[in-house]
Unconditional design. Structure first.
Lengths: 142, 152
């Protein structure tokens, strides 16, 4: 039985309510291990500062994956996303404390396509900074 | 130091196939906080019509870090990985990536160009399973501050 949201029930302009996602150093270490991206700037403050960064920064792909959760949660199935692209427009510095930082992600159904597919445009912010631009997913609905 | 532009157009085949396992899908999904049972519970995945656990949409990024056959570590390219930040990323999936998939493919450097003081390098990875094209990933990496100094 499909768990995927129905194409017929979706309208252009429909908003996917904003969700907030915490980002801590601990999560970055977990993401480094799971993804295999051990770039030092994502966990080692000494190296991050030495190369001119303000602090340890989150993996761009961690931000992209987090924003993607808004879409897969909305669609109901991680396999429903058939296309997903972003531009990384601002870094996400993650301080070495218990709360880290916060990403706020929201989405809008931009278009209904052939074959029961829709385009969702995403907004992702960290504080006042827009951390993703041109963030779009094409989703295969049921 | 600027990147070696002679690398534009170079193509690198995976050194060996990438076997997508259930535990790596679970590990990756957990690391991004994704608790959807379709990525964790085989029965839930099958009930949703999939052959096995389904990888989250950005899962294919793990291939680029687990297959070092590409250009990244080649000293002749001149890339200092600590200066690299991610510029853009796109995935196009012909079908969901599932546990049990044996993925093969190749990476092509499609562009290296100056972007102000930085350089952008674009890698396009075409991924196949059993000879069938299943996905394409396009990665634009930014090498900070390495553009050749302009004559003034």
């Amino acid at each position: 039985m499909s768990t995927v949201r129905s194409f017929d029930a979706v309208e252009v302009g429909e908003e996917i309510p904003a969700q907030t996602f915490g980002v801590t150093r601990s999560q970055l270490v977990q993401y480094a291990g799971a993804s295999g991206d051990f770039n030092l700037i994502h966990w080692n403050e000494r190296v991050a500062r030495a190369v001119g960064l303000p602090d340890v920064i989150a993996h761009g792909m961690f931000t992209m994956a987090t924003a993607g959760r808004l879409v897969t949660d909305w669609a109901g199935d991680p396999g429903a996303v058939v296309e997903y692209g972003v531009r990384f427009s601002s870094m996400v510095p993650v301080p070495d404390d218990d709360t880290g930082t916060t990403l706020t992600v929201s989405g809008t159904v931009e278009d209904k396509l052939d074959d029961r597919r829709v385009t969702v445009v995403l907004t992702a912010r960290c504080g006042d900074a827009k951390v993703l631009t041109q963030a779009r997913a094409v989703v295969q609905l049921s | 130091m600027p990147l070696n532009r002679a690398f534009i157009g170079r193509e690198y085949a995976f050194d060996q196939p990438f076997e997508v396992g259930r535990e790596l899908i679970r590990h990756f999904a957990s690391a991004i906080g994704d608790t959807n049972p379709i990525s964790h519970d085989v029965e839930a995945a099958k009930a949703a019509g999939h052959p096995d656990l389904v990888a989250p949409p950005t899962f294919l990024t793990t291939l680029s870090f687990r297959r070092r056959s590409g250009p990244i570590g080649d000293p002749d390219l001149g890339l200092d990985y600590s200066l690299v930040v991610h510029g853009e990323q796109k995935f196009v999936l012909q079908r969901p990536i599932c546990a049990g998939d044996v993925l093969d493919g190749h990476v092509t450097i499609t562009d290296i160009r100056d972007v102000g003081r930085n350089e952008a390098m674009v890698l396009e990875t075409v991924i196949t399973a059993g000879g069938e094209h299943v996905a394409t990933a396009v990665n634009t990496m930014i090498s900070r501050g390495t553009a050749a100094k302009k004559e003034s």
